[in-house]
Design a protein around this ligand. Structure first.
Ligand code: HEM
Length: 549
């Protein structure tokens, strides 16, 4: 913004029909906007011509300026430093704070070897303690390197510019513009989100900051984590909810020709896929599903009839990775089939749900859909194995999202607690509020550190070994992360008070995430089923490993 004004210039625009004000040394013309101002026009008129920064920050958060700057800013104060372009820049290089002992605490010194081997990561983000993972905040990490740092910055800049200012609007409209999903493809992110590293043979899209050969599960984690900063399960599920669980079975177990025909459009963001397993009467109890696929007399097609319920993204999808019954009762009679909308007989209806509004939760009916046998994913009656190997990837996705949503609740609360005053003190100065923040942080950090370790294990193991050895721990962490999310959403809501009860405004993220909690605690295996499985599976594996009781 090139126009420069003195404070006296701005002061002359102090009438109702000529209303300017200053926020953080930028000058805004609110003459027309005042009638639409959700906080009322009188409150603006009272500060007309003045520096209203203090009042502004009392009632709004950053997203408001991001959204309205273009439309309302007319210039800056002449006292403002030149080139104020705000960028979520990677913070200064290696300016690492040396810990100092307080009250007699001993400060351990790293050994010479350790000091040589390990450099702390660069500082990144706002450095609010625990609001980002510790490797963003100058601490050491065995898992991340400069390619992860570069991707983090790439995704964050995109999310901050294109997504963050619009999320509330999209959520209310119950739809994210298709262009955002397409950008996920163009930027190469979709191709990296299937848990199979980077399938460069199926797409010419590339991620700007990471070459495909270097792509690992931590890069995948970063994309999901940074998207989740927007504080909306609906947004994340819209972009990767159906794709991230419907795509992996196809790319891993689909027949070569089908994969070659279907995958490129999916990876590039031109078409959508979802996972259709749950039915009105079969949820966590997958082996009981009834949607049937009968082989035609000539053996060339399956004829599919049945219903699927709570299917994320279903209304927008061309492809449905579907669990069907091809054999007898129980798990041995289940197969996976790629059903295509273009085959006819597929009807989708949007469901109205408590949370994740922009994710497109769908009820599906299949009526005599004629599916070519080539669309079988895996072997006939062996679909349960496909479903089982998919669970780790699905649950880790849920864990990443829940833990970032927990951080969002915590970060919003921490920032709000620094500006809101009650009984003459800022909220952060009340011990009871600090206690809430401490309980949030300890659960987030413990869970995140376990998650890093499990992702590292997945990176080192094959699918089958990971399914057997990690299935129990991942199920347990899924429950741990949804409980953490629920706790953080509740505590954040208490800290925000009424602002998190009404929709929009400063408490928008907290209010929305509070509504999203059940969408994480129930699907992908409910907390109860996860915790029980975690012990059963661990015992089974450790018996095989030689456990002595
Ligand atoms: C660039 C200038 C401003 C813009 C673009 C703006 C925009 C908005 C918007 C969009 C809201 C709806 C709530 C939200 O989404 O956060 C809002 C609410 C509000 N604004 Fe402003 N505003 C501006 C300046 C101010 C100033 C200077 C004051 C106070 C002197 C003020 C007081 C309020 C109040 C009291 C609310 C209602 C908050 C609530 O519901 O809790 N606004 N404003």
């Amino acid at each position: 913004m090139s126009q420069r004004f003195s404070a006296a210039d701005v002061a002359s625009h102090n009438k109702t029909d000529n209303l300017w004000l200053i926020v953080d040394e930028d000058v805004y013309d609110l003459t027309k906007f005042q009638d639409d101002h959700p906080g009322g026009k009188k409150i603006l008129q009272r500060v007309a011509g003045k520096d209203a920064s203090k009042q502004f920050w009392k009632y709004h958060n950053e997203s408001i300026l991001k959204k309205y700057k273009k439309q309302l800013q007319v210039g800056s104060l002449d006292s403002k430093a030149a080139d104020p372009t705000p960028a979520p820049a990677p913070a200064p290089k290696k300016d690492v704070v040396k810990p100092e002992a307080v009250s007699g605490a001993v400060v351990p010194q790293p050994s010479a070897a350790a000091a040589q081997a390990a450099e702390a990561m660069d500082a990144y983000g706002d450095l609010v303690p625990y609001a980002d993972p510790s490797w963003y905040q100058t601490y050491h990490s065995p898992y991340f390197n400069s390619s992860h740092e570069a991707l983090r910055d790439e995704v964050r800049q995109w999310v901050d510019a294109e997504i963050m200012p619009n999320v509330t609007e999209w959520e209310e409209a119950r739809k994210v513009p298709d262009t955002i999903y397409q950008q996920m493809g163009e930027r190469g992110y979709l191709a990296g989100l299937l848990g199979v590293h980077y399938p460069k043979h199926l797409t010419d899209r590339r991620v700007a900051s990471v070459p495909p050969e270097k792509w690992d599960l931590f890069h995948e984690m970063i994309v999901t984590d940074e998207l989740s900063r927007a504080g909306s399960g609906g947004l994340v599920w819209n972009l990767i909810g159906g794709y991230g669980i419907g795509g992996p079975p196809l790319i891993k177990f689909g027949q070569k020709e089908v994969v070659k025909r279907v995958l490129p459009d999916l990876l590039n963001g031109n078409k959508r896929i979802c996972l259709a397993i749950t039915e009105p009467d079969a949820g966590s109890d997958v082996a009981n599903l009834t949607c049937e696929a009968k082989l035609s007399e000539d053996g060339k097609h399956y004829i599919v009839n049945g219903e699927k319920k709570w299917i994320t993204n279903g209304i927008w999808c061309e492809y449905f990775t579907t669990a069907v019954r091809t054999g007898g009762p129980g798990a041995e009679g289940v197969s996976m089939l790629l059903i295509e909308r273009s085959l006819g007989g597929v009807s989708t209806r949007k469901m109205d749900c408590q949370g994740v509004w922009s994710s497109g939760t769908t009820y599906i009916t299949f009526e005599d859909v004629k599916v070519p046998v080539e669309n079988l994913i895996g072997k006939e009656n062996k679909g349960f194995k496909v479903i089982m190997t998919n669970f780790n990837h699905e649950r880790i996705g849920i864990i990443i999202q829940c833990l970032r949503f927990s951080r969002v609740c915590y970060e919003e609360s921490m920032k709000y607690a620094h500006k809101r005053k009650t009984f003459g003190k800022r909220l952060i100065d009340h011990p009871v509020i600090r206690l809430k923040l401490a309980h949030m942080a300890r659960q987030i950090e413990a869970s995140y550190n376990w998650m890093e370790n499990l992702i590292y294990q997945c990176e080192k193991m094959g699918d089958m070994e990971a399914m057997l050895k990690l299935g129990g721990a991942i199920a347990s962490l899924k429950a741990q992360s949804t409980v953490t999310f629920e706790f953080c959403a509740r505590e954040a809501s208490q800290i925000f008070g009424g602002l998190s009860y009404s929709r929009g405004g400063q408490g928008a993220k907290v209010e929305r995430l509070y509504r999203d909690v059940r969408a994480y605690a129930i699907p992908g295996g409910s907390e109860e089923i996860m915790l029980d499985l975690s012990i059963r599976q661990a015992l089974r594996v450790h018996k095989a490993l030689g456990m002595k009781l």
